[in-house]
Design a protein around this ligand. Structure first.
Ligand code: IMP
Ligand code: MG
Length: 173
């Protein structure tokens, strides 16, 4: 079940998206961005963010699943891989939430091995307390506490992704 009022309202998210997009547009002035969204969670943030960018953008997605919880090896499986040419491009990797950092780090290294001109990472949410591996983050929307969140792309068992705000989720007991 979803508890109480939104943790982050539609308005708060919108303001943050515009703020991030302004910073990114300035930093990439005169350059073209290859925006890569990590699905499924980032789809809403990705769509809003790239719409607010003032620089030229091409895009692609990557779908990765972590088996950390079942095997505790942190093994990552790629279900859909980037098809755009990465070599020589200014890649902006866009994620919904960074938790342990294991999947993001894996994807980061995979992209770096393809020789981009540059690679920066943008995440809407950062659950800093939970970090297990260091990932250099360039753009962070909100630092959030160690709770479970749903909405605005984030799911519990693939539910709640369509909520236009972000809420805390607690299992019914
Ligand atoms: P990690 O950083 O490798 O641990 O994995 C981060 C991924 O775990 C995110 O992209 C989400 O798919 C998922 N995740 C972590 N915390 C939450 C949450 O609070 N709500 C929904 N999904 C989450
Ligand atoms: Mg994700």
């Amino acid at each position: 079940m979803i508890t109480g009022k939104p943790f982050l309202t539609t308005e708060q998210i919108h303001e943050k998206v515009i703020e991030l997009a302004d910073r990114i547009s300035k930093d990439y002035s005169g350059k073209e961005i290859l925006a890569i969204g990590i699905l499924k969670g980032s789809f809403m943030f990705f769509a809003d963010l790239i719409r607010a960018l003032k620089t030229p953008v091409t895009l692609d997605f990557i779908i990765a699943a972590s088996y950390l919880k079942t095997t505790s090896t942190g093994e990552i499986k790629i279900h859909y891989d980037i098809r755009e040419e990465v070599k020589g491009k200014h890649v902006l990797l866009i994620d919904d939430i960074i938790d342990t950092g294991i999947s993001l780090n894996y994807i980061r290294e995979r992209i770096l091995s393809k020789g981009p001109a540059s690679l920066k990472i943008c995440t809407l949410l950062d659950k800093k307390e939970r970090r297990e591996t260091d990932v250099p983050m360039d753009y962070i929307g909100f630092e959030i506490p160690n709770q479970f969140f749903v909405g605005y792309g984030l799911d519990y068992d693939n539910n709640y992704r369509n909520l236009p705000y972000i809420a805390v989720f607690k299992k019914e007991t």
